[in-house]
Design a protein around this ligand. Structure first.
Ligand SMILES: Nc1nc2c(ncn2[C@@H]2O[C@H](COP(=O)(O)OP(=O)(O)OP(=O)(O)O)[C@@H](O)[C@H]2O)c(=O)[nH]1
Length: 582
């Protein structure tokens, strides 16, 4: 049985630590709201603090004028074995045991000011205090600011409404038992606590009426009308209380003595003697403890269902977000490398097949490059006029005697220059496809989804590498073209010469033919044939160079630049760490 209240206590602590409390911001279904609790409400000076201290049997709450309780105080009482030392602990000061209860009072004041400032503001963030003592029953009570009517200096004008709405946020919860404290020396019809309890619990089945200051009633009057439920009927019987008077407090009358005096008061009272067994703070504590336990027992299945549901929701959320990343640098590096490998695998699948992309590169070699070469303006370059002009320019002042050797060379070199354009275009087109595939592969790598910064870093590093591969590829393809200009295929011209000699033996050329149109057309045809032969070669060799320099490198070394970067920063960190250690 005792474990039940303890169980709820632990859940309440967990809720506060996670920001789940009345008035707190929490998008998940609130566990706090599902936990049964007892909230103490009442007007200012109604005797709330005195009731709580009586229940605990200790003097530990801040006292003073104005609004003293400005943050909810979740007071968890844990019964310990007789003879053990009493001590208190705060959730915000774990591992610090308070055995001096005047220091507990000071800590409550300081902790209140820490959040609210000294200007008497209020805050819904609770302070958690646990008291371990053989003189308490297992019980959790929440002390709330006293309901007030007027603001004191330094307080916002809205303070009365602010307090009321905070108190309401606690007592409106169906799982909250309301300890409505009203002083007996005031008309019950004007009690702030009863007024609020009536609103949130019209049936009165979770409201406990507590009547303080019975000893302060005018001589000849008593509170039997209230206590016996005639003035205001509640499902649970009213409990009368006699706390320490201000004079007792001033004289520091011991709480245990006060409890005894209260017992004697009821036992000897002519008005309340017949109710003595059901009056007083000790009775109230036992009543609440028993009730709280039975309510908790009833609600346990619901609480467990809610916890299970929340766990499931959170597991789903976690799956969506991904598992936590380790904190130490080595493990982080391992995680990052794992993600890089996953990305590289997808990128390769795009190139090698399995995913789209690779075929577009083949499309460049198979269509774009041959089509671009076909469109080269050789017709213009090898027109009769152009050939005549280039040949005569190469001959200079003396026309060639047999074959225009240097004219041929200039015509061929000029034609070969045209191949530079399609070669460059192939390199650039493949570069563009590779960049596009990097972007696609990053987007398709599940592992990278929740690391947008890493995605940006990877894209930047991969693009830097691709840029380097493009430069290399460009140099290679242009070199292929330049190589064709550097050394012409002699074999081709030898064969040509043999063929021409055979032709000239059958035909008798005239002197005019040697420099006539036919002669230049022949030269144009010969050059075109040579260029065709080179074109066939380049259509085959340019793709080889591009694949070797760009595609293969991208598959082998796309992230090498990135790996260098992270190993350098790792080394830097290690050096930093070493410096720190020293
Ligand atoms: N004689 C007598 N005095 C009481 C009784 N209960 C409370 N008092 C006195 O009433 C005054 C106010 O009591 P508190 O317990 O501080 O009241 P509170 O509701 O906590 O006050 P705030 O926190 O300021 O709202 C104190 O001087 C108490 O000594 C009682 O039953 N009998």
């Amino acid at each position: 049985m005792e474990n039940l209240i303890d169980f709820v206590n632990r859940l309440q602590i967990a809720c506060t630590a996670l920001g789940d409390y009345s008035g707190g911001n929490n998008s998940l279904s609130s566990l706090w709201e599902a936990l049964p609790s007892v909230a103490v409400v009442g007007g200012q000076s109604s005797g709330k603090s005195s009731v709580l201290e009586s229940i605990v049997g200790r003097d530990f709450l801040p006292r003073g004028s104005g609004i003293v309780t400005r943050r909810p105080l979740v007071l968890q009482l844990h019964k310990t074995e007789n003879g053990t030392e009493e001590y208190a602990e705060f959730l915000h000061l774990t591992n610090k045991k308070f055995t001096d209860f005047s220091l507990v009072r000071k800590e409550i004041q300081d902790e209140t000011d820490r959040i609210t400032g000294k200007n008497k503001q209020i805050s819904p963030v609770p302070i958690h205090l646990s008291i371990f003592s053989p003189n308490v029953v297992n019980l959790t009570l929440i002390d709330l600011p006293g309901l007030t009517k007027v603001a004191v200096e330094g307080q916002p004008e809205t303070i009365a409404e602010d307090i009321e709405s905070m108190v309401r946020s606690y007592v409106a919860k169906p799982n909250c038992l309301i300890l409505a404290v009203s002083p007996a020396n005031q008309d019950i019809a004007t009690s702030d606590a009863i007024k609020l309890a009536k609103e949130v619990d019209p049936e009165g089945d979770r409201t406990f009426g507590v009547l303080t200051k019975l000893d302060l009633m005018d001589k000849g009057t008593n509170a039997l009308d209230v206590i016996e439920g005639r003035s205001y009927r509640l499902q649970h019987p009213w409990v009368g209380i006699v706390n320490r008077s201000q004079a007792d407090i001033n004289k520091s009358v011991d709480m245990m003595v006060a409890r005894r005096k209260e017992r004697e008061y009821f036992e000897t009272s002519p008005d309340y003697g017949h109710l003595a067994a059901k009056m007083g703070s000790e009775y109230l504590a036992k009543l609440l403890s028993k009730l709280l336990e039975s309510i908790i027992r009833k609600r346990i299945p619901n609480i467990l269902a809610l916890i299970t549901k929340s766990i499931e929701e959170l597991e789903r959320e976690l799956d969506r977000l991904g598992r936590p990343v380790a904190i130490d640098a080595g493990a982080q590096l391992y995680t990052i490398l794992g993600m890089c490998r996953a990305f590289e695998k997808i990128f390769k699948e795009h190139l090698d097949g399995g995913r789209s992309g690779g075929a577009r590169i083949y499309g460049i070699f198979d269509n774009q490059l041959p089509a671009a070469i076909k469109k080269l303006p050789f017709d213009r370059h090898l027109s009769i006029q152009s050939v005549k002009r280039i040949v005569s320019e190469s001959d200079g002042y003396q026309p060639h005697l047999i074959a225009p050797e240097s004219g041929y060379r200039r015509l061929i070199e000029g034609s070969l220059n045209h191949f530079r354009g399609p070669a460059e275009a192939s390199v650039n087109a493949v570069h563009f496809i590779l960049k596009e595939l990097v972007r696609k592969s990053i987007a398709e790598t599940e592992e990278l989804k929740r690391f947008p910064s890493l995605q940006i870093e990877l894209v930047a590093a991969a693009n830097t590498s691709l840029e380097k591969f493009r430069e290399e590829s460009m140099k290679s393809v242009l070199r292929l073209v330049d190589m064709e200009s550097s050394y012409l295929t002699v074999e081709f011209f030898r064969k040509l010469h043999v063929m021409e000699t055979q032709e000239s033996q059958t035909l008798t050329p005239t002197i005019t033919d040697q420099y006539g149109e036919g002669h230049f057309r022949k030269i144009a045809t010969n050059v075109a044939a040579y260029i065709n032969m080179v074109s066939d070669t380049l259509v085959k060799t340019i793709p080889k160079a591009v694949v070797h320099c760009q595609v293969k490198q991208a598959k082998l070394a796309l992230l090498n630049y990135f790996y260098t970067q992270i190993s350098q920063s790792q080394a830097r960190d290690e050096i930093d760490a070493a410096v720190w250690v020293r």
